[in-house]
Write a protein that binds this ligand. Structure first.
Ligand SMILES: Nc1ncnc2c1ncn2[C@@H]1O[C@H](COP(=O)(O)OP(=O)(O)O)[C@@H](O)[C@H]1O
Ligand SMILES: CC(=O)N[C@@H](CCC(=O)OP(=O)(O)O)C(=O)O
Length: 306
């Protein structure tokens, strides 16, 4: 190695050391804290991205946090609904779910659930995959958005955190499929954003991160340079009323607002298409995506005392 090459190599590894040092206060402050990651959308359809998300969550666990993964799988469910010759229909952002659709959704979500468990276990970290029916974790009523009957779609009325606490206390990463049960024991399909929000609120998570397929909340969804880095509840409500936030982003932001109101410390919407988006958000001063904050939070920064 020439002197010049050696200098270049030393510069490169110094940058790596600096990256670790930048992460140090975050590792300290988030030690033992519960963080909920909602994993869904297009980041679930690409093998490389899947591995990147799973490795990030495993790393969060290995540096001392207590992560919970709540996963979706909407696109995969739609694929299998098509294969059985049925039409997919979404009403107000929720899948119209008749009995046959529920059966397909449950099969697809449970299969995805075990696949994610397998990926985490392969890294050497303990994971257990369950759905909201296990341990009576997600108890629902029938959801009727704007009075419309959309079948077996659940509105979470109670989260039993006991099973989650047991798993976390025993060093497992809980991986949750968004399926619940009503008081009569009927199975319901739950929007995964709703499930992540309800779980994060009930277990008083320090942080909730939604991975999606855009940079974050934008003034114009087709222009990533219009990304809003920090959005307080007041502004978020105004953007909803003005129709700037619509489509799949609407239930996501509504859930962020609910999570902040339920006492979740930090709520973020991140671009799941970006490799290692979780590490970039958790361990850097600038962070990425959109942070949703309470109205009285004042100035918000990802920076914490070194
Ligand atoms: N103001 C906005 N900023 C960003 N995305 C928006 C906005 N309004 C609507 N959207 C749409 O919301 C979508 C994200 O929701 P969705 O596709 O349901 O996510 P996921 O599948 O990850 O749960 C984006 O792809 C975008 O088309
Ligand atoms: C009621 C309802 O809409 N349930 C969702 C559950 C999966 C999900 O939410 O998946 P994503 O997060 O990948 O969109 C569905 O059937 O698609």
């Amino acid at each position: 190695m020439s002197e010049e090459e050696k200098e270049k190599y030393m510069d490169q590894i110094t940058v790596k050391a600096e990256t670790l040092i930048e992460a140090l206060p975050y590792i300290r402050d988030f030690n033992n804290k519960i963080v909920v990651v909602k994993y869904g959308g297009s980041a679930m359809l690409d093998k490389k991205l899947e591995e990147s998300v799973i490795k990030d969550v495993a790393l969060l666990k290995l540096v001392g946090m207590r992560p919970i993964i709540v996963h979706g799988g909407g696109k995969e469910i739609s694929k299998w609904i098509g294969k059985v010759g049925k039409e997919t229909e979404f009403i107000e952002g929720f899948r119209k779910t008749d009995r046959e659709t529920m059966e397909v959704a449950e099969m697809v979500l449970n299969r995805l659930n075990k696949y994610l468990v397998q990926m985490v276990e392969k890294i050497g970290v303990k994971a257990i995959g369950i759905c909201g029916k296990d341990g009576g974790m997600l108890r629902v009523d029938k959801k009727m958005p704007n009075g419309k009957d959309i079948g077996f779609v659940g509105d979470i009325k109670h989260v039993n955190t006991e099973i989650l606490e047991t798993l976390l206390d025993n060093d497992y990463i809980p991986i949750i499929a968004p399926i619940g049960m009503d008081d009569a024991g009927e199975t319901y399909n739950i929007n995964a954003d709703d499930a992540a929000c309800a779980i994060a609120g009930a277990i008083k998570a320090e942080k909730l991160a939604f991975l999606t397929d855009v940079d974050g909340v934008c003034m114009n969804p087709d222009d990533s340079s219009s990304l809003i880095s920090v959005l307080d509840l007041n502004e978020a409500n105004k953007l909803i009323e003005a129709g700037v936030i619509s489509g799949g982003m609407l239930p996501k932001v509504t859930n962020c607002i609910n999570a902040v109101n339920a006492g979740v410390g930090r709520v973020h919407i991140l671009d799941g298409r970006r490799e290692h988006c979780l590490l970039l958000e958790f361990f850097t001063k600038k962070g990425i995506g959109t942070a949703i904050i309470g109205d009285d939070s004042g100035y918000y920064s990802n920076e914490i005392e070194q």
